[in-house]
Design a protein around this ligand. Structure first.
Ligand code: CA
Length: 522
């Protein structure tokens, strides 16, 4: 009898202890794990949760459906390196010092991964870094060199250079899963899972060769924008789909064309040499699969001798079929990470953010690339999931900006947000309590006028209805009424009916420049 009593009491104690451990594991105070999934050049228009009918991005959509979708998420400076510096610091480019891709990030400055690390987090980054310096604030880093390569990429693993065999999106994901599998179980983790894809030159994985092979790609509504009411900047850009190069962009081999065409955004870049370099990274097996898919495309191009609109259609089709296949690979690989979280009971207490360093043109205005403050590249996909604190199925159209990530994640981690951070925690938006004084306008500043694509420097402000842009080196202005002209085709700056709006928008612009301490244009 005494033995039974002992076992009974012992069992009750065991259950109590187990419950305590479980409770401890899931208390409100338990710091969340964090995964920042960051892609390069992914447009909202190629994300099904934003209404794209070009592609199904099932796993990215899943993050949004199980959390919150931001329909008005913007970047401060629409280009790769600067956007990454903004993510790390929560500060505009003129403050963090990385204004364009010619700069080098000052890694001695404060970043939110450093703050997480000092507060007990295990921090890691895998994939694209592109800040031209060794990462700081990460316990583990394994990063691509510069832009990296799609096939058989070289990574730098905490200082050691390593060549990998395979496709970059798969490899980056393998590394992310390794980080999760080998994490310190006594610490919360923050993983930066940063893809190269879908950056130019859009070389798909052979697994996805067939998926978009026959996909009809319609011309975007604004493909033949003639820039008639715009200032000189739109006329001077070199980022038109029709000027992509036959080799590196469309992957034709020399035997497939009589003469090579396309400026490709930089006339001095030897695209044929660039393409040969990318192609020759592939091993024999990869090349065989590639040739089987792409040689017939080249042969039929050579035979068809297309011109005019038919040639334009061929180009937008070729561009987007490859771009979408690269996005598909990202989406499938994100599914592997979400599955890992599920299988390891990490889903509930892990914040997962999916976003891109900026948006991208998929032929709108005739363009590829980014840089301009127009909606396609100023906006970016942005979904976020955290089952413990964020209710599923939410959608927010409030203005959120990439300066907000640092403050948001520190807030959720229970770490004081330094006053120097210029962004604001979007936690209230995620938890259905939007403050009355939430921002009503967004400030933008782009700097890289030299090198690729020749887009003039500009700053601007966007409100719910209007957008004012100043190409300030020549003091050329544009004003768009997004209610009546959502495609931004009609510059109303000189229209007398908008004179008061222009004045109001200029005041708002100056107010934001003071608030963010931006005098870098002077
Ligand atoms: Ca980018």
């Amino acid at each position: 009898m005494r033995d039974y009593t002992f076992y009974f009491i012992f069992s009750i104690l065991l259950i109590c202890c187990y419950s305590c451990v479980q409770d401890q594991h899931l208390t409100d105070e338990t710091p969340p794990n964090i995964i920042v999934i960051f892609t390069d050049d992914h447009a909202k228009n190629a994300t099904s949760i934003y209404g794209s009918d070009l592609i199904q991005t099932t796993n990215i959509d899943r993050i949004g459906k199980e959390g919150i979708v931001f329909t008005n998420s913007f970047v401060t400076n629409s280009i790769c390196g600067p956007s990454r510096a903004v993510l790390l610091t929560g500060k505009y480019s003129h403050i963090n010092g990385f204004k364009d891709n010619h700069d080098q990030f000052d890694t001695s400055q404060e970043t939110f991964p450093k703050l997480l690390q000092r507060n007990g987090y295990e921090t890691s980054i895998v994939g694209k870094w592109h800040l031209k310096n060794k990462p700081t604030g990460f316990d583990y880093w394994n990063i691509l060199i510069g832009q990296g390569h799609y096939y058989n990429p070289t990574f730098v693993n905490n200082g050691d250079t390593l060549d990998y065999e395979g496709y970059v999106t798969d490899i980056t994901t393998d590394l992310a899963l390794d980080v999760l599998e080998n994490r310190d179980q006594n610490k919360p983790f923050c993983l930066f899972y940063h893809h190269k894809a879908p950056h130019r030159n859009w070389m798909p994985d052979s697994k996805h060769f067939d998926e978009f092979a026959d996909k009809d790609i319609p011309f975007p509504e604004t493909f033949y924008d003639d820039y008639s009411s715009r200032t000189s900047a739109a006329h001077l850009q070199d980022m038109e789909v029709v000027n992509m190069n036959l080799s590196n962009d469309f992957k034709l081999q020399p035997q497939h064309y009589e003469s090579h065409t396309g400026t490709g955004g930089m006339a001095t870049f030897n695209a044929e040499v660039g393409w040969a370099g990318n192609y020759n990274r592939m091993n024999a097996e990869q090349k065989a699969a590639w040739d089987e898919r792409y040689d017939p495309i080249g042969e039929s191009f050579k035979e068809a001798k297309l011109s005019g609109e038919a040639l334009d259609k061929w180009k937008i089709t070729r561009y987007l079929r490859d771009y979408l296949a690269c996005v598909k690979s990202v989406d499938n690989n994100i599914g592997r990470v979400l599955d890992y979280l599920d299988k390891n009971e990490l889903t509930e207490n892990t914040i997962v953010i999916y976003t891109s360093d900026q948006g991208f043109y998929l032929g709108e205005h005739g363009w590829y690339d980014k840089r301009f403050m127009y909606e396609e590249s100023f906006g970016t996909p942005h979904v976020m999931r955290y089952p413990k604190k964020i209710k599923a199925g939410q959608l927010s159209d409030e203005f959120v900006v990439n300066i907000d990530h640092a403050a948001t994640l520190l807030d959720y981690a229970g770490i004081e947000v330094p006053a120097e951070i210029q962004g604001t925690s979007i936690r209230p938006l995620c938890e259905a309590s939007t403050p009355d004084n939430w921002r009503q306008s967004v400030y933008y500043h782009y700097y890289q006028s030299t090198g690729w694509h020749t887009v003039k420097k500009h700053y601007g402000v966007r409100t719910n209805r209007y957008k004012l842009i100043n190409y300030y080196e020549d003091n050329e202005w544009e004003l768009y009424d997004l209610d009546t002209d959502p495609n931004e085709l009609s510059n109303e700056y000189a229209n007398a009916d908008y004179a008061q709006i222009v004045l109001d928008m200029k005041l708002e612009l100056r107010r934001l420049q003071q608030e963010y301490k931006d005098d870098s244009f002077l």
